[in-house]
Design a protein around this ligand. Structure first.
Ligand code: SF4
Length: 344
């Protein structure tokens, strides 16, 4: 059964037609869905029998708010949602000078197994449908009462491991008659699945691509990110080069700094050599730690010196502060906690 958020306007038109309901009702239903409304009692302008038909044909509610956390430090709000079949996901709303950015999950759990990641530690549940991805944006907008300016697909899961649903979601988010979120305001983050990256460059959307590197050499990268055992850095960077040349768009490389692991000056210089000539931007991240992790965040001096080396070499680099450090906002921490409690 579909969720109400998985239907576009044309789908609702087909559905209302099949029910013998006038076409204008489709636009009314779709308008509610685009605003994250999943309580049929709030769809006051729909007749009761139509609401009953929706209840019978669709999964409702799509996302049930399980817990919410607010950061005392920076106002970040983290939402833990339960899907209709019990799976848990996390969505984060962050306030920037430019507006609200929402970080959404693309899967419940993740198969990629990155050794520093709480999502991997909690195992894999299932892929999210396009509507479950879209619903995180609209339901959060409804909860916070604000317009969402940008979206990053950087929460739980590897988006390219759920490729078809991701592409369908991006088209839905971008649809002028729906959420109408500009493609340039959407960023997809991958751990570096090369075939999907090459396919993604032919998708006709100006979406930003971000690639998690976290290491400047194959040995360390494979240790941190098992996916790197399949695709070498040479294959990955060649694919990135092709991507930037064919799309004309810059790639962002994410590099989380872990104390004593990937944060020494030689590694900064190796990173520069690796990326030299690629149309890119490097985002250094002082990562949030999670309990039980073998990795610790680099000291601020170490982070600063890593950044300075790259800057002096002429690299385009920024330092991204992880938001919500006091509310376990690193991806997957809350889902892991809930799953652990529920299996006790
Ligand atoms: S860092 Fe991303 S790709 Fe790696 S395990 Fe975590 S969610 Fe998956």
């Amino acid at each position: 059964m579909n969720t109400i958020f998985d239907y576009g306007l044309a789908d609702w038109e087909a559905w209302t037609k099949s029910k013998g309901v006038p076409k204008y009702r489709a636009a009314q239903i779709y308008s509610f869905c685009s605003k994250g409304v999943q309580d049929l009692d709030r769809m006051q302008n729909l007749p009761l029998d139509l609401r009953k038909a929706i209840r019978e044909d669709f999964v409702l509610p799509v996302l049930t708010l399980q817990q919410e956390f607010r950061s005392e430090n920076d106002g970040t709000r983290k939402f833990v949602f339960r899907l209709h079949d019990g799976h848990i996901i996390e969505t984060v709303a962050m306030w920037y000078k430019t507006g609200v950015s929402v970080c959404i999950s693309s899967q419940s759990g993740c198969r990629m197994g990155c050794s520093f990641c709480a999502s991997a530690a909690a195992g894999f549940g299932r892929n999210l449908t396009p509507g479950e991805m879209l619903g995180q944006i609209t339901v959060v907008a409804d909860l916070i009462g604000e317009r969402i300016r940008s979206v990053v697909v950087m929460g739980i899961g590897e988006p390219f491991d759920n490729y078809d649903n991701l592409i369908a979601f991006l088209h839905m988010a971008n649809a002028p008659e729906g959420l109408n979120l500009g493609a340039r305001h959407i960023t997809v983050s991958t751990c570096g699945l090369v075939p999907q990256m090459l396919e993604f460059m032919h998708v006709n959307l100006q979406v930003n691509l971000s690639v998690s590197l976290h290491a400047p050499d194959d040995r360390l990268r494979a240790e941190l990110m098992p996916a790197a055992r399949i695709y070498t850095l040479k294959e990955l960077i060649d694919a990135c080069r092709r991507y930037t040349e064919e799309t004309g768009r810059r790639i962002t490389f994410e590099y989380s700094l872990f104390s004593g692991v990937n944060d020494n000056p030689e590694q900064a210089r190796a990173l520069y050599s690796l990326l030299r000539g690629v149309h890119c931007h490097v985002n250094l991240i002082a990562a949030n730690e999670f309990p039980g992790s073998a990795y610790h965040r680099s000291s601020s001096e170490r982070v600063r010196s890593f950044q300075e080396i790259l800057e002096k070499l002429g690299m385009n680099v920024t330092l991204r502060r992880e938001m919500g450090s006091d509310i376990q906002a690193a991806c997957g921490q809350l889902r892991r906690g809930i799953q652990e409690r529920e299996t006790i």
